[in-house]
Design a protein around this ligand. Structure first.
Ligand SMILES: [Zn+2]
Ligand SMILES: [Zn+2]
Ligand SMILES: [Zn+2]
Length: 266
């Protein structure tokens, strides 16, 4: 701690350095007529840029938090307020057959908070339904007819692990997401707590069936598992799975409770 105390002033200087960028209000790299007004808080070492560059550079990072230079400080804004569209079905590009005004607002919950996003769905022939389009983009819809909310698969995985490890209640997890979105509570954050409760349960069932091999009908995945989705102990000796060939010939009274097998071979 003595070293920290010695450097505390320098460290605070470095933190304050992030509150200003000398590039602000200079011409953007794309055009001398556009000024660098926006920066991203989530991109690594991101130079301020103009509105169009900000939208174009986030086609594959639609849930980043961005800020606008007011002339004296950075203030929070959003890709939504810049007119950003999240395009589905064409690798991040707009569907050529989608109507120009097909922009359904969607609330998307991610690990860094809650976002409002204009979604441009694919309208090509033989298109999958909107919920399936969302799922293919790693967004889990909260409803299945006209989805207005979706959770990223990353936040569902994160919440799953977090709740198992820290035993944190869903309400506290939601409070963190709300705080990451706007900890001042000056602007309303869409409340999706009830949706989190339901969708996270659906997610656990789906991952259970996926990981157990039951959904794919793999008969030899675990020979004696039957239709169970229980997680098996990989260290328990099981003939045909992790026991060495001829194991039964080597069992003695001395080693019958600590028999060397594939994971504990000596
Ligand atoms: Zn970014
Ligand atoms: Zn630009
Ligand atoms: Zn399309």
């Amino acid at each position: 701690m003595a070293e920290f105390q010695e450097r505390q002033s320098d460290l605070l200087d470095c933190l304050l350095w992030h509150e200003y960028d000398p590039c602000c209000s200079e011409p953007c790299a794309c055009s001398p007529t556009k000024t660098r007004t926006y920066r991203c808080r989530d991109c690594f070492v991101f130079e301020p840029c103009c509105k169009d560059c900000m939208k174009a550079s986030h086609a594959h990072a639609p849930f980043h938090h961005i800020e606008e230079w007011s002339g004296t400080c950075f203030t929070r804004c959003s890709l939504y307020s810049l007119g950003f569209e999240l395009c589905l079905g064409h690798g991040g590009r707009r569907c050529p057959t989608a109507p120009p005004q097909q922009l359904a607002p969607l609330v998307i919950v991610h690990t860094n908070g809650v976002h409002r996003v204009r979604v441009c769905y694919c309208e090509c022939a033989r298109l999958p339904t909107k919920p399936i389009q969302l799922l293919r983009a790693s967004l889990y819809p909260a409803t299945w007819t006209l989805p207005s909310t979706a959770f990223t698969l990353q936040v569902l995985k994160h919440y799953h692990l977090d709740s198992l490890q820290s035993r944190k209640p869903a309400y506290d997890y939601w409070a963190i997401l709300r705080g990451l979105t706007d900890n001042t509570r000056l602007s309303p954050v869409p409340d999706r707590y009830e949706e989190l409760l339901r969708v996270s349960r659906e997610w656990r069932v789906l991952t259970l069936f996926k990981r157990s091999g039951q959904f794919l009908g793999i008969p030899d995945f675990v020979p004696d598992q039957g239709n169970s989705v229980a997680v098996l102990c990989p260290a328990c000796p099981r003939p045909g799975v992790n026991l060495l060939d001829g194991w039964e010939l080597q069992v003695t009274d001395e080693n019958r409770y600590g028999f060397p097998h594939a994971y504990h071979s000596s």
